[in-house]
Write a protein that binds this ligand. Structure first.
Ligand code: GLU
Length: 235
C-alpha cells in the first residue's frame, strides 16, 4: 500500500486498454454487449477529446463464435479455436466499428502474433502502422491473430500482448479491464478469506504467487497473465 496517488488517465499521452472476453461477450446471447461497448466508446471519445491517444486490445473473437459453431465444450482444440477466431473476429470488429462510429471515431483492426512484437523488422512495421493510425485519429483495435496462431507461436492471452503493444508504442499507461475488480490475496470465487489489494507497489514473489488461472469457459488469461503483463510493462 502506498500514499502515492495512482496515475490518472487525465495525464496520459498514450494509453493501451485491454478488454477481456468476459466483458465484451454476453454468454447468454453469444453476442457482443453492445451497450457496454457503446459506453466504453464514449470514454474513449472523451480521452481523445482531451488529447490522449487510445489503443484497444480486444479479446472476444473465440467467445463470439463458438456457440454459433456448436463448439460449446469448455476446452477447445487448437484447430477449433482457430476456426472460432476466424468467424468471431469479423463480428468483434463490426461491434467495435458500430460502437466507435457513433462517437465519430474510426476503428482500425490489427491482428498480431508474438513474432510481430519480437522480430525487429516486423516490430518496426507494426509500430509504424500503429503510429500512422494514431496520427490519422483512428482507434486501433488489436487482437492476437488466433486464426493462424499455432501452439508454438501464440501468446494465448491478450494480457501479455497488450503489455508488449504498450512497450512498442511507448504508451504511458496500460489498463487491463476484466470482470474482477483487482488483485486478491487468493481467488475470491472460492476463498472467503481472500483480501482485495487496491495498490501493489512491487511485484514480489509472494504477489506473483497470487495470480491464478481463470475459471474454465470463455476467458483465457486470468490473474496469472495479468501479473506477467504488469511485469513486462514495468520492466
Ligand atoms: N484472442 C482471444 C480471443 O479473441 C482471447 C485471448 C484472451 O482472452 O486473452 O478470443
Amino acid at each position: 500500500m502506498t500514499d502515492t496517488p495512482l496515475p490518472s488517465l487525465r495525464d496520459a499521452r498514450r494509453v493501451v486498454i485491454k478488454i477481456g472476453s468476459a466483458l465484451i461477450v454476453d454468454p447468454a446471447l453469444a453476442a457482443p454487449r453492445q451497450a457496454w461497448l457503446d459506453s466504453v466508446s464514449q470514454d474513449i471519445a472523451a480521452l481523445r477529446e482531451q488529447g490522449t491517444e487510445v489503443v484497444v486490445v480486444s479479446s472476444g473473437a473465440v467467445a463470439l463464435a463458438r456457440h454459433h459453431l456448436g463448439l460449446t465444450r469448455p476446452v477447445l482444440r487448437l484447430e477449433e479455436k482457430q476456426a472460432a477466431a476466424s468467424v468471431g473476429q469479423i463480428r468483434l470488429a463490426q461491434a467495435w466499428t458500430d460502437a466507435l462510429s457513433q462517437r465519430g471515431l474510426t476503428a482500425a483492426q490489427l491482428l498480431l502474433t508474438p513474432d510481430d512484437t519480437e522480430h525487429r523488422t516486423r516490430y518496426l512495421n507494426a509500430r509504424a502502422s500503429l503510429n500512422t493510425l494514431l496520427a490519422l485519429g483512428c482507434v486501433p483495435i488489436i487482437n492476437e491473430n488466433d486464426a493462424i496462431a499455432t501452439t508454438e507461436i501464440r501468446f494465448g492471452d491478450n494480457d501479455r500482448l497488450a503489455a508488449r503493444v504498450a512497450e512498442m508504442i511507448n504508451a504511458d499507461q496500460l489498463v487491463l479491464l476484466s470482470d474482477i475488480d483487482g488483485l486478491y490475496t487468493a481467488d475470491p470465487r472460492n476463498n472467503p478469506d481472500a483480501r482485495h489489494l487496491p495498490v501493489v507497489t512491487a511485484l514480489t514473489e509472494s504477489i506473483e504467487a497470487m495470480g491464478g488461472a481463470p475459471p474454465p469457459g470463455y476467458s483465457s488469461g486470468g490473474m496469472r497473465t495479468k501479473l506477467m503483463a504488469a511485469r513486462i510493462a514495468t520492466q
